[in-house]
Design a protein around this ligand. Structure first.
Ligand SMILES: *[C@@H]1O[C@H](CO)[C@@H](O)[C@H](O)[C@H]1NC(C)=O
Ligand SMILES: *[C@@H]1O[C@H](CO)[C@@H](O)[C@H](O)[C@H]1NC(C)=O
Ligand SMILES: *[C@@H]1O[C@H](CO)[C@@H](O)[C@H](O)[C@H]1NC(C)=O
Ligand SMILES: *[C@@H]1O[C@H](CO)[C@@H](O)[C@H](O)[C@H]1NC(C)=O
Length: 270
């Protein structure tokens, strides 16, 4: 267990970088006001430990995200471009916050549904781009094939293959549908504050957390629109939206936040 604090973030930034899920946001600092990641969060972050290693000879290679440190620092990449930053709590399978710059020219349109996953959360050696489920599963499958030497018994453990690896490493569609409408996918970084690919890039499961449907469709939606009105004369708006983890879980896997929070600032004229 670790407690996330300013000191902790500072220490982590001294460590080396492995893959894109780096222990810091160095590759996407520009999405934070003064390039400084959010500090002052006091949230306990358990390390997700896969409960059943089935005596695999090499669990760190055979399993997904085996004992991977939480949180994951995700520089969100869509079509090979950075769009925003997300601090992802691997054990609760929700983002703790997403940080971005608001596009004042964006029209409030919705770009389809939430379809993308992060192969990089399955294993740091996997692709950094967000991708839809079928492509993501193919990435994992190709990786599994390459693993022959390091995970010799992989064929005996079919459930550890691509589906399992994906859904161990992050929340999936089934988690949300299991609530039968009691909870919807609440965006932290909303599609409506962006346009085109930047808007599409928000459609990833690592940028949503369970949210009460009325809060999602009515209150929070109105708040997101109000943010644009409040900042309409501003050309540089930094926004961070986050959650406070709660006591309820979806599908025994995905934490339902007790609160959503938001901070923004306009940096025109200092
Ligand atoms: C952080 O949270 C823990 C328990 O949740 C509390 O005991 C502690 O005082 C908090 N620390 C700060 C700096 O607020
Ligand atoms: C997933 O993405 C690939 C490539 O981006 C695309 O060809 C395919 O049609 C997509 N599949 C679904 C189910 O959307
Ligand atoms: C995860 O994948 C495994 C293996 O395919 C499957 O049995 C399980 O139901 C999946 N869990 C979720 C939440 O989708
Ligand atoms: C949805 O909420 C209702 C009312 O609280 C509850 O009775 C029902 O069991 C919930 N459904 C699921 C799938 O959690």
């Amino acid at each position: 267990m670790v407690t996330l604090s300013l000191v902790y973030l500072g220490l982590l930034s001294l460590w080396g970088v492995r893959g894109e899920v780096a222990p810091n946001f160095n590759n996407c600092k520009e999405f934070f006001f003064r390039e400084k990641p959010v500090s002052g969060l006091n949230i306990t972050l358990p390390t997700p430990v896969e409960p059943n290693t089935q005596n695999l000879p090499n669990p760190e290679k055979c399993l997904s995200a085996y004992n991977a440190a939480s949180p994951a620092y995700i520089c969100q990449i869509y079509n090979n471009q950075y769009y925003f930053a997300t601090l992802y709590d691997r054990a609760r399978r929700i983002p703790l916050y997403s940080a971005y710059k608001m596009d004042m020219k964006a029209k409030p349109e919705r770009m389809g549904s939430i379809v993308n996953y992060e192969p990089q959360l399955v294993h740091p050696e996997l692709a950094q781009n967000q991708m839809n489920k079928s492509r993501c599963l193919r990435e994992i499958q190709n990786y599994n094939k390459k693993e022959t030497n390091s995970c010799p018994e992989k064929d005996k453990y079919k459930k550890y293959k691509q589906n399992y690896k994906l859904n161990w490493s992050q929340a999936v569609d089934e988690d949300y549908s299991s609530s039968q409408g009691n909870y919807t996918r609440g965006h932290l970084n909303p599609a409506g504050h962006h346009q085109q690919d930047a808007s599409q890039a928000t459609m990833t499961f690592t940028n949503v957390a369970p949210q009460n449907p009325t809060m999602n469709q009515v209150h929070w939606n109105q708040y997101e629109q109000k943010l644009k009105v409040l900042n309409q004369d501003c050309s540089n708006v930094y926004v961070v939206t986050g959650v406070v983890p709660g006591k309820e879980w979806l599908n025994y896997r995905v934490n339902v936040p007790s609160h959503y929070w938001n901070a923004f600032c306009c940096t025109d004229n200092n």
